[in-house]
Design a protein around this ligand. Sequence first.
Ligand code: GDP
Length: 545
Amino acid sequence: MAIAPGPHHVYIARMLDNRPPLPPEIARRRTFAIISHPDAGKTTLTEKFLLYGGAIQMAGQVRAKGEARRTRSDFMQMEKDRGISVSASAMSFDFGKFRFNLVDTPGHSDFSEDTYRTLTAVDAAVMVIDGAKGVESQTRKLFEVCRLRDLPILTFCNKMDREARDTFDIIDEIQENLAIDVTPASWPIGMGRDFLGCYDLLNDRLELMDRADRNKVAETITLEGLDDPRMADHIPPALLEQLREEVEMARELLPKLDPQSVLEGHMTPIWFGSAINSFGVKELMDGIGTYGPEPQIQKASPRSIAPEETKVTGFVFKVQANMDPKHRDRVAFVRMASGHFTRGMKLTHVRTKKPMAITNPVLFLASDRELAEEAWAGDIIGIPNHGQLRIGDTLTEGEMLKVAGIPSFAPELLQTVRAGDPMKAKHLEKALMQFAEEGAAKVFKPMIGSGFIVGVVGALQFEVLGSRIELEYGLPVRFDVSQFTSARWVHGAKDAVEKFINANKQHISYDHDGDVVYLTRLQWDIDRIERDYPDVTLSSTKEMM
Ligand code: GDP
């Protein structure tokens, strides 16, 4: 049997579960996303990952995109230049013996379903926090989403070259705020202008930062523990004493690294560093390889899918339309859940039960798109299509499996939308349906009256949507206040739902799948219905087909 290249503790866990070792090509894959509050350094860190992964030659290539996120108009500029934003949606690169698949979470600060769905496609998350700011609102929200799925989380505390908080404070804050055990993988030596580097607690090494060259990998000095006399050659006495004291205290007070607990999502190792100075990034990457999970079992019905299964399965977690406005093509992003995919394979599209030959899949090798000749469980491929593939769709080699857990959330903001030119209403409908399928917004067609109601989770999405409709369909649109503020999907037996519809026509609309939705502005209405119609349920999520 081939020996997989993954870390030791991972095999032990698999053996205990009575699962065979993964094929080496699968075992070496690490598929993850970065979660952070805007400005913490996600883009900078991504860039350094790619630099060490050999995927880009120069730091600065991702930056253009990072800064484009700052303002709406720039964001739209980025959208225009779809090449960049799309190849950045998923990036693959090798690091040592590992293959990393980094899935980008949407950049704008509005929390959106897109973010949630992206996190269904990864096996782990890297949480980046700003050493001066600690846990911020967006970090917390995204963390909670990861926790719903018990995703393992590795933490990078960034910007240690600036005045940062006390190390114990930062660790405490994460522990208290996010209710997760934190174990230091490295310990910072000084901070701000005095920041020298870190003591690597896992490998007993000294990592020294080079301020002169931001793209240079840190100098590493292997030591025999903290009392090694060579420490004094590199660290001034006061800082050295402080380091020894702090590390001693940390070892006494903080939990030890428990790889199993990390894999279960109960413990996060934390690395300190400075992404912009390329410092601490390599250690973090080593950590992702060593302590991060290999491709995981995917929940599906009627049975779960294990990555080692020889048959290929995958599921769509994101659809991006109109990448080229001249051709109405779309790319479906597919997370491979099992098996070894090769180009040209014929897979079954489970929702329609139709075969699909996957002849031109793309693999996102950082700055370029390349034809994917093959892909293994854990990889992300893009499949160009004309709308057959929707979010939540499963592809298999024939078995009727449906990947679970890709929900659609009730929008929190509703507005009516009208075409600037009333003659273009049909065009507008087409555009709206397209965006609804892409998952960019909810679109509701009221049972009575004309026009559409668009629902989103974050206000910025209205602007983005308006601009995209104008840009991609040449159709100026106007959003207006809607009389409704809440939407709920209506479930129940056919008769019960019909009766309910007939009694509440003013409030009924249909989503792009034709499912019944109840719209209202009063929580009171929702409570009343739950009382008056025990046979129907109103739900704020619907699982995507
Ligand atoms: P994002 O919004 O999370 O993608 O953050 P960016 O990577 O765009 O970084 C936000 C700002 O912080 C930029 O001006 C970066 O140059 C800066 N930055 C990122 N990493 C560091 C760091 O390690 N130290 C310092 N001083 N600044 C950093």
